[in-house]
Design a protein around this ligand. Sequence first.
Ligand code: 4AD
Ligand code: MG
Length: 467
Amino acid sequence: METIRRTKIADALSSTHFGTDINVKGWVRTHRSSKVVDFIALNDGSTINNIQIVVDPTKFADELLKQITTGACIGVTGKLVESQGQGQASEIQCEDIVVYGECGSDYPMQKKGQSFEYMRQHAHLRLRTNTFGAVMRIRHNMAIAIHQYFHEHGFFYFHTPLITASDAEGAGEMFQVTTKNLYDLKKDEEGKIIYTDDFFGKMTSLTVSGQLEGELGATALGQIYTFGPTFRAENSNTPRHLAEFWMIEPEVAFIDLNDLMDLEEDFIKYCVRWALEHCKDDLEFLNKMIDKTLIARLEGVVNENFVRLSYTEGIKILEEAVAKGRKFEFPISWGADLASEHERYLVEEHFKKPVIMTDYPKEIKAFYMKLNDDGKTVQGTDVLFPQIGEIIGGSIREENYDKLVAQIEERHIPMKDMWWYLDTRRYGSCPHGGFGLGFERLILFVTGMQNIRDVIPFPRTPKSAEF
Ligand code: 4AD
Ligand code: MG
């Protein structure tokens, strides 16, 4: 038989060229056999949907048919025909089968309904399951949506370094980068490690945020965004934290807090709308298998106006809830950082829609946020989402040199590391602001998955860097 070029299963399923010979390749989902007919469900990752291969078992050797087990990789040539069965437009009447890779009964992804915990231990193979296929295709589509949004709106994609000597968030949760011999560290009289002979001649780490360099870009190009890996050595073993995650950080010159909130809301709605439009099959699958309210929740976010309220108003609502008997694990009063349970109470129980909270006490926010006239609060904004809690953190930046230096000194941040950042406030300083969206938190929201470890191919968390 002459060789026919491979057709992707997504294309085969939507093709109406019935009667033509085609070739598909993929991994066997199921193989049901009987004396008169065999059905193979084949998937190649191009779509959540399998194509059905109809096989006349009398035409093929028993040995060959026995090799076609769940997980095996095969190629099939045959006639594309209109499907007799329900739920699919086309199927393939099999004429020829090639087995590329057999798959024994010890295949870890053999059974249906295995726990996500179990699948995490087999993250190298879980990608071949329906759920992870759907999540990864949606992840790809969200990345495209993000670039598309910013490109359409005149933002420039700006690359900030992953290796840095500054702690942008000032939380001290950084992974060090060094070529020093850890078995033989030279120290000075005070016992401090000497870094002058290290690769960069100073102590360096993996970045926790591209924001500080992003501000340099925005105060030159007007509006930029970053989209890259971010690293945090915080020991947070929660379903919302990763040690390595991806962050999107737009930074814009000449905006105020209202503009910033408009941008946050418009951007996130665009991404969710994109998912609804471009990821229909995968969302329908997840809606059926993972969370029956998923699509309704996504449509809700697209159609609703987000609530905008100050931290002080938010605390009032939470204190009233506590007075009425609502129990929280962590105490809450003015000055305290909101825990995820507080954020979710406001979003899921009180307002029942996304909330943009602003004007936080300066003590619980980073040094770069613009101080309000009250001297107590800063122009930070967090976007709080149902199921997720904080999905975006951002702020208007302190553009006044003296006020910024005062914040840096109050927090004992070493000034020698900050000279280049301060230069933006010394030379042509301008009002500006931006935010950071946690990419995996967006994917959590859009897929309805419950654990952030299940929306990135290979999660990095405390005590876990397998694969
Ligand atoms: O609120 P964060 O710490 O803000 C910043 O890093 C600012 N520099 C952003 C800016 O203004 N340019 O982080 C921003 C977002 C959070 O809202 C959250 O969605 C996500 O990043 N995030 C994490 N996602 C997964 N794992 C973690 N450990 C995360 N830490 C933050
Ligand atoms: Mg934050």
